[in-house]
Design a protein. Structure first.
Length: 136
């Protein structure tokens, strides 16, 4: 597995653990009220599982498995940028919500997430191609 895929997949698994833990705490809190503040985990639960886990795992596996040129995966910079932008965006959204930070934190976080998608697409687009014999 390439180094960047290992980063993506390890980060994704960490978000899965956090996201499921937060979900379990909120679920338990429904049956046995533990603490009203536990409901504030909901935005992080959603963010960690939708972007941190699902999107990040897809990026990690796609980076690993998409067709290569011999051994080369093309321009790696946008793929690394996607990793940094995605995780920066996730934490900006989550910490902005938890700390009641300024509204622009949420907007900036979402913007980073969109930029991550674009950066990954820039990297992956040339690698999405059929087998040579099927192009005839
Ligand atoms: C990939 C897996 C998951 C994803 C993408 C996900 C996503 C979501 C989303 C989008 C919501 C908001 C729903 C709404 O507001 O209508 C939500 C709520 C919730 N999730 Fe998850 N979830 C996942 C797994 C889990 C797991 C494993 C648990 C529990 C162990 C859990 C517990 C909860 C609870 C308690 C709520 C609040 C429900 C309520 O509003 O009453 N989730 N989740």
């Amino acid at each position: 597995m390439p180094r960047l895929s290992a980063w993506f997949v390890r980060a994704a698994l960490s978000y899965l653990t956090l996201g499921f833990t937060f979900g379990a705490l909120m679920l338990a809190n429904k049956g046995i009220p533990l603490h009203p503040l536990l409901w504030r985990l909901l935005p992080a639960h959603i963010e960690f599982l939708l972007f941190g886990w699902t999107v990040q795992l897809a990026f990690g596996v796609a980076f690993w498995i998409l067709p290569r040129w011999q051994t080369q995966r093309g321009d790696l910079r946008p793929a690394w940028a996607a990793f940094i932008l995605l995780n920066g965006g996730i934490w900006l959204v989550v910490l902005g919500g938890w700390s009641n930070g300024p509204a622009w934190w949420l907007a900036a976080g979402r913007l980073l997430e969109v930029a991550a998608m674009a950066a990954f697409a820039v990297h992956a687009w040339p690698r999405v191609k059929p087998w040579v014999e099927e192009t005839k």
